[in-house]
Design a protein. Structure first.
Length: 280
């Protein structure tokens, strides 16, 4: 009996030691980031523990770094962007990208990593010829896949292209509706396109323009065209010259009117409301 009690006591004391050790560790870990708040909370109420977990804010969480860069912390906890050290090893040829300089890279990460190295004059870029270094500083993805010989878009193909583009946009919109990926607002436009033939192309074309204008400034920039350009250039040799031609006044932005004209939609007045700016 005595022996049993002793064992029990021993077990309890071991548990206690373990517990306080664990507690101590947690305190130490979080204490570095939220020390002042932590002390206050501790004095006031122990039961605030679960809330405390949420107070921890990663300084990198709100730091935006451009592609090829990652956020790191300085010694005193300040976030900064730096070139990504290692890109994951890619064996899938579909991950390859072709740059605007017609050079193939294993992945978008590898391309942007090199751009970063050149931008910040890293040793890994300094080894390259001078003019290459300068070019790499502005390198971007032209299309997905290995660089290849792109056939020229003939006049006849170009003439037929707006029709194919409209068709394609309508199909994409339909697919997204089927997969429940359209907001109720655009779903309504899709339904209308299904039932009213005169709305078919118009609605699909307007939807895509709204979708591409991610900055919501009612203009689609070159950068904003990327999601439809990059995956298609290697497959559709007319898309690059076609999209370039959409910006008819060459101000590097495509307005809705330019877009609609480019798709050869004949309508006197386009009444377009994108979801975010509709005034209902
Ligand atoms: C780009 O590179 C590919 C593959 O090396 C080559 O076949 C093609 O002709 C190049 N295109 C241009 C425009 O130089
Ligand atoms: C189809 O759309 C056109 C153009 O907006 C409109 O004038 C017409 O009334 C619509 N037709 C139907 C059946 O809703
Ligand atoms: Ca925009
Ligand atoms: Ca323009």
């Amino acid at each position: 009996m005595k022996c049993y009690l002793l064992l029990l006591g021993l077990t309890i004391s071991i548990l206690c030691v373990n517990f306080s050790e664990a507690k101590h560790k947690r305190k130490k870990y979080r204490g570095e980031i939220i020390k002042p708040i932590k002390e206050e909370l501790k004095v006031e109420e122990e039961s605030l523990d679960p809330v405390e977990e949420e107070i921890f804010i990663d300084p990198c969480a709100n730091k935006h770094c451009s592609p090829g860069q990652v956020c790191k912390l300085t010694e005193n906890g300040q976030p900064f962007c730096t070139c990504i050290e290692e890109c994951s090893f890619e064996t899938d040829p579909r991950r390859k990208v072709c740059s605007n300089l017609n050079t193939t890279w294993n992945s978008d990460c590898a391309l942007y990593q090199m751009r970063c190295w050149c931008k910040y004059r890293d040793q890994k870029c300094q080894e390259l010829p001078e003019d290459t270094q300068e070019q790499y500083r502005h390198m971007h993805i032209n299309y997905y896949g290995e660089c290849k010989f792109l056939e020229e878009c003939t006049e006849g193909q170009m003439a037929d292209f707006p029709r194919r583009m409209r068709d394609w946009l309508f199909n994409v919109m339909q697919d997204m509706a089927d997969r429940d990926e359209l907001s109720p607002y655009y779903l309504k436009m899709e339904r209308e396109a299904q039932t009213n033939l005169t709305k078919r192309w118009t609605n699909a074309v307007i939807w895509k323009w709204c979708d591409l204008d991610s900055s919501h400034n009612r203009a689609v920039s070159r950068h904003e065209l990327f999601p439809i350009r990059a995956p298609l250039v290697a497959l559709e040799h007319c898309i690059a010259p076609f999209l370039d031609g959409c910006d008819s006044n060459n101000d590097h932005e495509i307005t809705l009117n330019e877009w609609v004209k480019c798709m050869e939609i004949e309508e006197e007045e386009i009444e377009a409301h994108c979801e975010d700016i509709r005034d209902e």
